[in-house]
Ligand binder design. Structure first.
Ligand code: NAP
Length: 314
């Protein structure tokens, strides 16, 4: 048995880190770039890495650890980790699916409503005295009863669709395969989906296979009443084309939790008044982050005790 079998790597908060440290003898680094600076003896002892963050974690970083067996990711999206490189080295990757579905779906719906009901401007009007000076907000837009297209009807996409069905919305979706969803309309491609709906919610996995999956053509096909909600990853949409469309009025607006180059997002977003922007906080509640931390720890412990992983990816 190695003395320090766990490496904790990434942007954990104090509670998350303390829980891992209490469970297993561990060493901490800020991220993949710092892994090479650990001494040889420590690196040889590491059998599991608890990882949190969006910095690329590739094969070079894995090669620092000759006895590494598992990388347990904090989060369902593991696009930062090179899973092919891990598999090639016999390293298992785990993630934290399902426990965050509700929160991410809630935030998607919150952004959709905030965008369509112009709640950011409404808040400013109520709190700054503009209401007394200029009167009511210009009328905004009805969300209930409209049509929505979900891009990626997986665990989170389905929770979003279920919520929006309760808002009496006509549900359309695109995924790689058609689902058993009576009353909902499947589209074989994103352009056809965009043409059919007012709101488009992106709930795809991230990573190279879905890069720019929502193309300029699909964005333009949404039309001038179209609103994009993205809770997936900044990479899944052609961000430059979306910014052009938001600036030109080609589409009506957007609600976005994810961006390219987080946290240093494109300054063009800040100049727009038809967007609701969130700092990648889809799973960011006390309850859900705790559940994610527990699932990550369960995976680490399972590996270190020679048991089956709880939520393996590869
Ligand atoms: P999931 O259950 O795996 O669903 C992913 C969806 O993406 C599925 O509908 C799948 O299609 C589709 N998809 C996967 N690969 C594809 C490809 N190559 N081409 C086209 N479609 C593809 O994942 P989930 O648990 O719902 O999570 C979705 C994503 O949400 C995560 O990967 C993560 O990036 C993001 N997320 C964001 C936050 C946040 O804080 N904003 C929090 C959690 C997760 P099929 O149904 O046909 O398989």
């Amino acid at each position: 048995m190695s003395r320090t079998p766990l490496l904790i790597a990434g942007a954990f908060n104090a509670e998350e880190r303390a829980r891992l440290e209490a469970a297993h003898s561990s060493t901490y680094v800020a991220g993949p770039e710092e892994m090479g600076a650990l001494d040889d003896e420590t690196r040889a002892q590491v059998r599991a890495i608890a990882y949190k963050g969006h910095k690329a974690f590739g094969g070079d970083a894995m090669d620092h650890f000759p006895n590494l067996g598992v990388i347990a990711n904090f989060g369902v999206g593991y696009d930062a980790i090179d899973v092919s490189a891990a598999s090639a080295r016999g390293v298992k990757v785990t993630n934290t699916p399902d426990v965050l579905n509700d929160d991410v779906a809630d935030l998607a719906v919150a952004m959709l409503l905030a965008q369509s009901r112009n709640m950011i401007a409404g808040d400013a009007r109520a709190r700054t005295g503009l209401w007394a000076k200029e009167g009511e907000l210009p009328l905004n837009r009805k969300a209930s009863g409209s049509s929505v297209g979900i891009v990626g009807l997986g665990r989170i996409g389905r929770e979003i669709a279920d919520r929006l069905a309760a808002f009496k919305m006509d549900i359309h979706y695109h995924a790689r395969s058609e689902k058993e969803t009576p009353g909902w309309t499947f589209h074989a491609d994103v352009v056809s989906l965009a043409q059919a709906v007012d709101f488009m919610v992106i709930a795809l996995v991230g990573g190279p296979a879905t890069e720019n999956y929502v193309t300029r053509e699909a964005i333009e096909a949404l039309g001038p009443r179209g609103v994009i909600i993205n809770i997936s990853r900044g990479t899944t949409i052609d961000e430059g084309a979306m910014l052009d469309a938001l600036e030109n009025g080609t589409i009506a607006g957007a609600g976005l939790d994810v961006f390219l180059n987080e946290p240093n997002i494109d300054p063009r977003f800040a100049a727009l008044d038809n967007v609701v922007l969130q700092p990648h906080q889809g799973s960011g509640t006390v309850e859900t982050r705790r559940a994610m931390a527990m699932l990550q720890l369960d995976n680490v412990t399972a590996h270190l005790e020679g048991k089956d992983l709880v939520t393996p990816v590869n």
